[in-house]
Ligand binder design. Structure first.
Ligand code: GLV
Ligand code: MN
Ligand code: MN
Length: 420
């Protein structure tokens, strides 16, 4: 009976809309409603409380671990067996839409609601997890909660991370009431599944209904501090300057040239997304500048080569502009391949529903890549409109696109939950 179940797409979409009201703001330029639920802010706390309330209403047993990850558990007929976990995150970048992460969490909740309505049972328990600071925008390290739960990172190292104002993860978790008591790493799932928007143009351009995610490409983040000399912008002759802003500009151009060179493969991507000149005034040459560097590559070997060459470029540009450049590693994850048997299962479910699909490598980082070290894991991708724009208020997937992805997730979760 359970195999013929189908989720309520309207209920899913209205839950996405409801959660999207928390941290909502109006994008000044476009007038479109965006979402700002930066990790461990009051808005994140309010979003968490709403989802916990929904978990409890769906009969889930809720626990919170020491890094603030939240788990909702539904009993299985053989309740001692390892659970099938579904999850994602509800924190957001400050300029988000309502789908990134939330689709995976509320999609999993919709699956539980569907099972409850049908009074359906599963052999294994089902767990929904939402994980702390997947985005990494505030404390610098992405997939923070799932990295701690799966022991890539220690709890102490995570607690000590600070935001720009010097506030720590531990203090901020306590402040929003999500410094939980459960030990991290207690749950060892049988399998982990995540449904997520693609956040790029590929599925939509190919006219596909969904993507079977093969894995996640390597990610390298660093923060550079460029130190020169601050001086008056009008009076200081150009030959006297040690302009940190100029060095940052050269580095940004160098990154673009690296991606275009083909030396690091055709898929290398790079961005300098956060640039903070200090003091940041119209008439002051910045004596210091702090900026981020985000590198992505499907190949670990090419990523290493790019990192090494970029470090050499930093030295060269420092000399040229009379500045010093220091680098601090903020995040690094290798290329992560997902389990082939779970990918096949997802493809079978898509076929069963008559949905077109192809394998796809994720360009973005996801909690699933952390869980894949602990248990067999794969993801379902949902296409996005407007070239799959994401980390932007225009992020948008239709009710049908979302429902299709979550129905695939449902089929895969039920199959895994019957495994012995
Ligand atoms: C997560 O959103 C990432 O930066 O890949
Ligand atoms: Mn996400
Ligand atoms: Mn994101």
């Amino acid at each position: 009976m359970a195999k013929a179940l189908s989720i309520d797409g309207k209920r899913l979409y209205s839950s996405l809309a409801e959660l999207g009201k928390i941290g909502a703001y109006k994008d000044e330029r476009t007038g479109i409603a965006g979402v700002n639920r930066l990790a461990l802010t009051a808005a994140d706390g309010a979003g968490r409380r709403l989802v916990v309330k929904w978990f409890r209403q769906a009969g889930l047993h809720v626990t919170i671990d020491k890094i603030g990850n939240v788990y909702g558990r539904r009993r299985g007929l053989e309740d001692h067996l390892a659970p099938v976990m579904m999850g994602s995150h509800i924190d957001s970048v400050p300029t988000a839409g309502r789908f990134d992460g939330c689709l995976g969490v509320l999609g999993a909740l919709e699956i539980i609601r569907t099972l409850n309505d049908a009074k359906a049972t599963t052999r294994r328990p089902l767990v929904i997890g939402f994980f702390t600071d997947e985005e990494g925008c505030r404390f610098g390290t992405d997939m923070l909660g799932s990295a701690v739960a799966t022991r890539r990172m220690t709890l102490a190292a995570a607690y000590a991370l600070k935001d720009r104002d010097g506030l720590t993860v531990e203090e901020e978790l306590r402040k929003i009431g999500f410094l939980g008591q459960e030990p991290v790493g207690k749950i060892k799932p049988h399998a982990y599944l995540e449904c997520h928007i693609e956040q790029g143009p590929i599925l939509r351009h190919k006219g596909l209904d969904c993507g079977v995610v093969m894995g996640v490409q390597a990610i390298s983040w660093q923060e550079l501090t460029i130190t020169g000399k601050s001086c008056h912008a009008g009076t200081t002759p150009m030959s006297f300057r040690r302009d940190a802003g100029l060095a940052a500009a050269r580095l940004n151009v160098a990154l673009r040239e690296m991606t275009a060179s083909g030396r690091y493969g055709r898929e290398m991507r790079a961005a300098m997304g956060a640039i903070r000149p200090i003091p940041g005034m119209v008439n002051v040459v910045p004596g210091r500048l702090i900026c981020s560097v985000d590198l992505r590559n499907p190949s670990d070997a090419l990523m290493k080569k790019a990192e090494n060459d970029f470090a050499k470029l930093c030295k060269k540009i420092a000399k040229l502009d009379g500045v010093t450049i220091t680098s601090r590693r903020t995040a690094k994850t290798p290329h992560v391949p997902f389990d082939k048997s779970v990918q096949d299962l997802i493809a079978v479910q898509a076929d069963r529903l008559g949905l077109s699909h192809e394998p796809i490598l994720s360009g973005a980082g996801h909690d699933a890549q952390e869980w894949s070290r602990v248990c067999k894991t794969a993801m379902v991708f949902v296409p996005g409109e407007y070239d799959g724009i994401s980390h932007n208020p225009r992020e948008f997937s239709t009710p049908k696109q979302c429902a299709d992805g979550v129905n695939v997730l449902l089929g895969a979760a039920l199959a895994l939950a019957e495994e012995r």
